[in-house]
Design a binder for this molecule. Structure first.
Ligand code: GAF
Length: 390
């Protein structure tokens, strides 16, 4: 990629005031738990979005998506969701800043922004969250808004809800902003407390296998899962009003209140809730494995997560299942599962370094012959979160 500051200069003919880099994320374990008051264990990666920004004086926002070769000019007044989705990731954040920080006057003159990135889109690596975080971080610096990283993450999440239309949890924005080199972050989504853990993989490394499937229904299904979980909780609360969130919910209560319903909607609600309760427990056990240095046990839990996501939560797809099933019997792959929202995107795999090349080659060949589709393979490192580019 060319330097973002030079690209900005070439486009607008003046030097930007600042430039920001914001990473995508992986998630080791804890999927679909963030919006259910559970735990997640993400990390920021070496794939990122960069933005360069400068101030205008005419009340317009000029957006340049360099990779798409698209430009948009949006009047600052009366911001509302835009038919072009990438635009929403930016103006959604601007809207949040105006609302939450009462900073309309500061921003009202408008700004110019150039965007580029190397996060494969639709791969489940959170390119949209990275863009939102890059923009809010840049605005925070440019207008001295004094926002904390957690405030920025929460505002970016709101932008995703109300402008992009996906009722996502906090994980992606949180990870992009808070990442630290070689560390995974345990986020307690009930109280937003978080702890960094070094990820010492020694003879293993993390590899992502990308199905290159982009499921068109992913955001609709995502929102449906949220509603199903909320419905399950409400049913349990009729008998156990003290259960306020999934954190207080036990597997026994799930069985007692949800398992015996016989219509198909309720059967789905039971499956969703069972998965979430099990996954919340699994993340906590996996962190114990991590701190004990028992990566074999950790990896086994990743396979269990995949099983739950595929059969109970039903957010996998044949291609993701194929990739996980193919590596499962291989003793040099200690853990694998689908990652992110689902219905396509990547699997995350922990593979013995010495076998990496051979396994990758074999997987690419098998995937091509099964689906007539090339497998994209990403070797990732864990890097720092959103920061200014010098
Ligand atoms: C997507 C969402 F954006 C996250 O909040 C999270 O729920 C994830 O899917 C599933 O764990 O990435």
């Amino acid at each position: 990629m060319l330097p973002i500051r030079s690209l900005f200069f070439n486009h607008f003919n003046y030097a930007p005031l600042l430039a920001v880099q914001s990473p995508g994320r992986i998630n080791l374990i804890g999927e679909h738990t963030d919006y259910n008051h559970g735990f997640v264990l993400p990390a920021a990666i070496d794939k990122y979005i960069q933005v360069a920004i400068g101030k205008r004086t005419d009340g317009f926002i000029h957006l340049v998506a360099l990779d798409l070769g698209e430009t948009m000019i949006i009047p600052f007044e009366n911001l509302k969701p835009h038919p072009t989705q990438w635009v929403n990731y930016i103006i959604g954040v601007v809207y949040e800043v105006i609302e939450k920080k009462n900073s309309k006057d500061a921003l009202a003159q408008g700004f110019d922004i150039c965007i580029q990135g190397n996060i494969p889109s639709g791969a489940g690596l959170s390119s949209s969250a990275a863009l939102e975080c890059a923009v809010i971080f840049a605005l925070n610096e440019l207008y001295a808004l004094q926002l904390t990283k957690m405030e920025m993450a929460l505002m970016a999440q709101q932008a995703e809800h109300y402008f992009a239309g996906v009722k996502c949890g906090l994980m992606d924005m949180f990870a992009s902003l808070h990442g630290q080199k070689n560390k995974v972050i345990l986020l307690d989504c009930a109280n937003l407390a978080y702890t960094y853990y070094p990820l010492a993989l020694n003879e293993y490394s993390i590899v992502l296998f990308d199905t290159q499937i982009k499921h068109v229904l992913a955001s609709t299904e995502y929102n449906t899962r949220r509603i199903e979980c909320e419905s399950g909780l409400q049913i349990v609360q009729e008998k156990y009003p003290a259960v306020k969130t999934f954190r207080e919910l036990t597997i026994e209560q799930v069985e007692e209140c949800l398992a015996s319903n016989h219509n198909s909607t309720n059967a789905k609600i039971y499956q969703r809730c069972k998965y979430v309760v099990e996954e919340i427990e699994r993340v906590q056990l996996a962190v114990k494995d991590l701190t004990a240095g028992n990566m074999q046990a950790f990896g086994k839990k990743m396979f269990e997560t995949h099983e739950g996501l595929s059969t109970l939560y039903e957010v996998s797809c044949p291609e993701l299942d194929f990739l996980v099933d193919s590596v499962k019997p291989n003793k040099n792959v200690i853990g694998a599962r689908m990652m992110g929202g689902g219905f396509g995107g990547c699997t995350i795999n922990i593979i013995k370094k010495s076998e990496l090349e051979a396994i990758s080659k074999e997987m690419a060949a098998n995937y091509l012959s099964a689906y007539q589709q090339p497998l994209a393979i990403y070797h990732t490192s864990i890097e720092a979160g959103t920061h200014l580019i010098a």
